[in-house]
Design a protein around this ligand. Structure first.
Ligand SMILES: Cc1cc2nc3c(=O)[nH]c(=O)nc-3n(C[C@H](O)[C@H](O)[C@H](O)COP(=O)(O)OP(=O)(O)OC[C@H]3O[C@@H](n4cnc5c(N)ncnc54)[C@H](O)[C@@H]3O)c2cc1C
Ligand code: FES
Length: 396
């Protein structure tokens, strides 16, 4: 019989066996080793299984086009080749388009419920002078047309561990799209959470999903809806004006212990953040969805004086060519318009996929662009939100 005093291995085994779960864990490891499922062998398989669930690119076909309001259509997209990847309600896909030879993309939130994966609804609202919305909503799209898109992505979704169960969504205009997905997810999954949607729109005939939201609010005690119209007609009945701190206090009575999701045009998002903070809501309880590059960069702090958004500058891509661009247009957009494609996803300065290196010249980066210290040091910019304010030379 081996003695622990003379045999150190026996002593160690005895001690390990007193640890709860040690024996079960050891048995499990041994049985896995027997059938050859150790982690290193699975490495390649895991990657390929993940790639099947979350492919880099999707081929989507328009199955149906739904006219929501005078300014908005929903494109119901299906996949012929595979089941659509799962997504978190609130996430978006980046939709690639080829418009008159210009290859570009725009992110759109999936507005359908994440509990079904038969289709993704993309709900698109027209933007004045918008390149892609002009194309998508301008009667160019037909049922059966195909588009490439990214897999679902983004961090704007309900995380029950961190966000609690008292949830408020401030939606403006097309912000109704992720709101619809998140709310139907919570109601369909019967998640124990209270959900309050405050939906702000300019005109009463332009409220996306209005009847659907009203029906959900009538049916579910844990979902309440407040509608606000900023430019009402004479006959309008209901709340009017802009969502400010007085109105927020009136609607919610108490802002404590709530998580706020904010999604609408960038100025709306920023205004909501300011008003919530002035009511004492902490930053960690305010989740804001990005909404593309700033529409009026020249109105932002630190935009150089004496430079107008229509001033023209020369953009040189080292070793590849050059073109003329307006300072008010995001660099990524003008690159694409001139035939230079760059990987991109959020088009809001967050994911860093579209980085280019500026070798010479000045570029305006909006203050909240997520540039790293080293990016600033070595001249990298996120081209989707970078505006050239002088002749520049870039590398990518
Ligand atoms: C994560 C995310 C999710 C989104 N989800 C949705 C959604 O569900 N539904 C939805 O409708 N939208 C959504 N958007 C917005 C969407 O991605 C597009 O930004 C929007 O559709 C406008 O695209 P566009 O090509 O029509 O406009 P763009 O052509 O990109 O123009 C945008 C604005 O910039 C101005 N502009 C363009 N070029 C210039 C220039 N050279 N000089 C000065 N100004 C210029 C235009 O006049 C316009 O006001 C989302 C955005 C993000 C980031
Ligand atoms: S595309 Fe995400 S940072 Fe530019």
């Amino acid at each position: 019989m081996p003695n622990s005093k003379t045999n150190p291995t026996v002593k160690k085994e005895n001690i390990l066996n007193t640890i709860k779960g040690y024996q079960e864990g050891t048995d499990r490891m041994l049985s896995r080793a027997k059938v050859g499922t150790d982690k290193s062998e699975l490495k390649g398989k895991v990657t390929s299984e993940v790639a099947k669930l979350h492919p880099k690119r999707l081929l989507l076909t328009v199955k149906e086009i739904i006219h929501e309001t005078p300014s908005t259509k929903t494109f119901r997209m299906v996949s012929n080749t595979q089941t659509l990847p799962p997504f978190q309600a609130g996430q978006y896909i980046n939709l690639f388009t080829d418009i008159d030879g210009v290859e570009t993309a725009r992110p759109y939130a999936i507005s359908s419920c994440s509990t079904q994966r038969g289709y993704y609804d993309l709900t698109v609202k027209i933007v004045d002078g918008g390149f892609v919305t002009g194309y998508l909503l301008g009667n160019n799209i037909t049922v059966g047309q195909q588009f490439n898109a990214s897999s679902p992505m983004g961090s704007f979704y309900h995380n029950p561990l961190f966000h609690g169960n008292d949830l408020v969504f401030f939606a403006g205009g097309s912000g109704g799209a992720p709101a619809r997905s998140m709310i139907s997810h919570i109601l369909n999954r019967k998640i124990k959470a209270n959900y309050h949607l405050v939906y702000c729109n300019s005109f009463e005939n332009d409220v996306i999903f209005r009847d659907e939201f009203r029906a959900m609010a009538a049916k579910h005690d844990n979902f309440t809806l407040t509608e606000i119209i900023s430019q009402p007609t004479e006959n309008h009945v209901g709340l009017t004006g802009h969502l400010n701190k007085e109105l927020i206090s009136e609607i919610l009575t108490d802002v404590n212990n709530k998580t706020f999701y904010v999604c609408g045009p960038t100025p709306y998002n920023e205004f909501c953040r300011t008003e919530l903070k002035s009511l004492g809501v902490q930053n960690k309880n305010i989740r804001i969805e990005c909404n593309g590059p700033p529409k009026k960069p020249s109105c932002m702090p630190e935009w150089p004086a004496n430079i107008s958004e229509v001033d023209e500058v020369k953009v040189t891509i080292i070793g590849r060519g050059e073109y003329t661009a307006k300072t008010g247009e995001p660099l990524l957009n003008s690159l694409e318009r001139n035939g230079y494609t760059i990987e991109n996803a959020c088009r809001s300065g967050e994911c860093s996929l579209c980085r280019v290196k500026v070798l010479k010249g000045d570029v305006f980066n909006p203050p909240d662009t997520r540039l790293r210290k080293s990016d600033k040091q070595f001249g990298w910019v996120h081209s989707c939100v970078a505006f050239p304010t002088s002749d520049i030379e870039i590398l990518y």
